[in-house]
Ligand binder design. Sequence first.
Ligand SMILES: NCCCNCCCCCC(O)(O)C(F)(F)F
Ligand SMILES: [Zn+2]
Length: 345
Amino acid sequence: MLTVYSDDHRLHFGQSELVDGKLQPCFEMPSRADTVLARVRHQEIGEVIEPKDFGLEPILRVHDAAYVAFLKGAWARWAAEGHSCDMLPSTFPARRLRRDGPIPTALHGQLGHYCFDTEAPITAGTWQAVYSSAQVALTAQDHMRQGANTAFALCRPPGHHAGSDFMGGYCFFNNAAIVTQAFLDQGAKRVAILDVDYHHGNGTQELFYERSDVLFASIHGDPLVEYPYYLGHADERGEGEGAGFNHNYPLPHGTGWDGWSAALDDACRKIAAYAPDALVISLGVDTYKDDPISKFKLDSPDYIRMGQRIAALGLPTLFIMEGGYAVEAIGVNAVNVLQGYEGAA
Ligand SMILES: NCCCNCCCCCC(O)(O)C(F)(F)F
Ligand SMILES: [Zn+2]
């Protein structure tokens, strides 16, 4: 299996996230990608290549142009105002404030408009890192366009919380959505996205919620008790054209393989019935029992089983790296999925 990776990810290293009232070091750190890459190489799962540059166009097929322009120019404006620390929002358009009114011209006003939380710090290198992360995903997708049946996009920063015009939860560009749209633009009729990250892929859901050419299935911590809190319930089944093409599997804290895999089996049944031309996996491994910010109980052998069940669908499958914060185990767990998929584990 080909892996696509870019060293540009280390240009993004937020120094602080606001958690429990305190600025704390970011869990989403460069060593995450380094550890996965080391395991890819150690297990010799296949070639590792750098991304090609497909430009902004495929990104703009998913993300709002004003949002992309904001992201691209944000740091320079922040630095010009004399700041050198991470750029984080402090004011948001909550209910009954005008969310679709005039976008403020002030930097802080724009920042709150384009963020949904205080967990996507913009730094000097963030633009380059997120641009390259999207190119990593697009290069893996291009490998499949050329005939490969699978590929692994070792993306960092992750993407599944990012919507058309907002960032949050360590995410800026929705890599899984960008490659999904690329498959469709290249002639695919239907694409399924299976999000196995511990957190609901609210951004991915939002992007395809009213469409029937993308089926979205997500297995995640119940939003009643888990981030992102405000999307990811089982009654969210899609709207309009998209009704019936969105499947959420919210699960309680403490869920282990038995409960988790029951949801996986149901999601796989729905994906099989949908008969997509391609399957995109938002591969987060923060479902791991020792993950510092998550509360499921999967263990490393379970990730092999996860890969095996995904393989049983017999679909062209593109793996997109999302979350996972037990850095010592993220390599084994992510690559276990890939090796389970390939039957090599
Ligand atoms: N007290 C709640 C803290 C929640 N902090 C934000 C968690 C973000 C999770 C990001 C992720 O793992 O879903 C991604 F895949 F996008 F990286
Ligand atoms: Zn996550």
